[in-house]
Design a protein around this ligand. Structure first.
Ligand code: GLY
Ligand code: MN
Ligand code: MN
Length: 455
């Protein structure tokens, strides 16, 4: 074992993916079929591509990381799984052809046999057979379920529908229409299993290490991208695939730009730096923000703003438990931040009035939380219906990330201008409370200053 490497969680096994497919199929009528394409490579420049990233829904149901695959699910069909085969349904995968010459350039492909052998699909075929086989597989299937966001999936459904018209005239059961599969998969993804939480915990642990590394490395004169390099070094050193989203390193007022990813400025003594960065591990995201002084000590004004955000964040984290809603948690944060802004002298008057007229939005314009999982802004609805925020329940994973972003405008007292603070942790809802996955990066003023003093 290399020094200083966190132990990796166990890989999620093919049986787990099979069980997810079976659980999805059990929610569908027996005359349905699901068509779910995986991701394809995307050109970066001329003939080179961006690193491949599998589609999250496809990965959730297969664990397969090859491009250009198509998953077909046939509920009610006789699968090869354990237990009641009629209920489990059948899973078929179309995948890239084996091609020794291409594989010599771009690496091993599973091929149809490899997919069945290594990933436990019931059947697999190479993409060259796709159109013909799909016609056979979809016989008798009247309702297709596809991700409507995928133009490729909708085109497949439309093809199947056009071909079915002739069959329908002959009185055969055939495709009559299609609808969105995504909400069903996203409901499943919203509640994380113990094993998924283990992977999220690892992505969070890697991300936490990386933030500590950046805090220790920070110094006036470094460029923002040099702290990005420290973070991303740690992500990859620990076996992550890299950042789960574009790393944000904003010195001084750059931290006020919520998705500042240029990371090109020099870090100055006396400024804060806001870092929002998280590792991706096994396709699950970490998502941490910390804000700290470039030269290791907060000024009085920076500290005053920081403490307002820290208090709001701590109270919001404490409110994460079953039954509470993200809406209530956000309202609590808005109240704490607004009251803090009044104490700092950045807003005037009464808390209720400043919440009512939304003047706090000049300093805090984003929401407090989002779901976290295979996507950094993970899937799953936030409301049960337009008027009813969804209560938290065990297995949900989310961020808690209040901030204050003080503009450099002339009407702002000089000592506060351009101060940006965000504090973000990853939290999982447990049976009666919550677990903070990212507690290993300091966020108390004294702890940050102590860590930075150690370098
Ligand atoms: N880094 C994106 C977010 O915090 O939501
Ligand atoms: Mn973030
Ligand atoms: Mn976030």
């Amino acid at each position: 074992m290399l020094p200083d490497v966190l132990p990796r969680p166990d890989a999620i096994s093919p049986e787990v993916y099979r069980a997810r497919r079976a659980a999805l199929m059990r929610q569908l009528p027996a005359n349905a079929a699901v068509l779910l394409p995986g991701a394809s490579l995307v050109t970066r420049s001329h003939d080179s591509e961006f690193p491949f990233r599998q589609n999250s829904d496809f990965y959730y149901l297969t664990g397969i990381t090859e491009p250009d695959a198509l998953l077909v699910l046939l509920p009610g069909a006789k699968g090869s799984g354990e237990g009641d085969e009629d209920v489990n349904g059948e899973s078929i995968l179309f995948c890239q052809e084996r091609d020794p010459t291409l594989e010599a350039w771009t690496g091993r492909r599973l091929g149809a046999e490899g997919v069945v052998r290594e990933h436990g699909l019931d059947q697999a075929f190479e993409n060259g057979e796709r159109d013909e086989r799909l016609r056979e597989l979809l016989q008798g299937r009247e309702q297709l379920y596809v991700p409507l966001v995928s133009a490729d999936a909708v085109a497949l459904a439309e093809d199947a529908y056009q071909q079915a018209k002739a069959g329908q005239r002959r009185g055969q059961a055939a495709v009559r229409g299609w609808q969105d599969i995504s909400p069903l998969i996203h409901e499943m993804r919203l509640i994380k299993s113990a094993q998924e939480i283990e992977v999220l915990r690892h992505a969070a642990a890697i991300s936490a290490r990386a933030h500590c590394r950046a805090m220790r490395a920070a110094a006036p004169g470094l460029f923002e991208y040099q702290l990005q390099a420290e973070l991303e070094h740690e992500f990859m050193w620990q076996g992550g695939s890299g950042p789960a989203y574009s790393t944000i390193v904003g010195g001084g007022a750059n931290g006020c730009v919520l998705h500042y990813i240029e990371n090109s400025a020099v870090l100055k003594a006396g400024e804060l730096v806001l870092i929002d960065a998280g590792a991706e591990f096994d396709l699950y995201a970490g998502d941490i923000t910390r804000t700290f002084p470039v030269s290791g000590t907060f000024s009085a004004a920076q500290r005053a703003v920081y403490e307002v955000v820290l208090k709001a964040q701590a109270r919001a984290v404490a409110a994460v438990k079953p039954g509470n809603t993200l809406f209530d948690i956000h309202q609590g944060v808005v109240r704490d931040l607004t009251s803090g802004l009044i104490t700092l002298g950045l807003l005037e008057g009464d808390v209720d009035a400043r919440i009512e007229d939304e003047s706090y939005r000049r300093f805090y314009l984003h929401s407090t939380s989002h779901w976290l999982g295979l996507d950094v802004h993970d899937v799953g609805t936030y409301r049960l219906d337009p008027d009813t925020p969804r209560p938290l329940s065990p297995g949900m994973a989310l961020t808690v990330e209040p901030g204050l972003y003080i503009p450099t405008d002339d009407d702002i007292p000089a000592e506060y201008r351009g101060i940006a603070v965000r504090i973000e942790d990853d939290v999982v809802v447990t049976e009666s409370s919550h677990e903070v996955l990212t507690a290993d990066v300091p966020k108390q003023v004294a702890d940050i200053e102590a860590l930075m003093a150690k370098k």
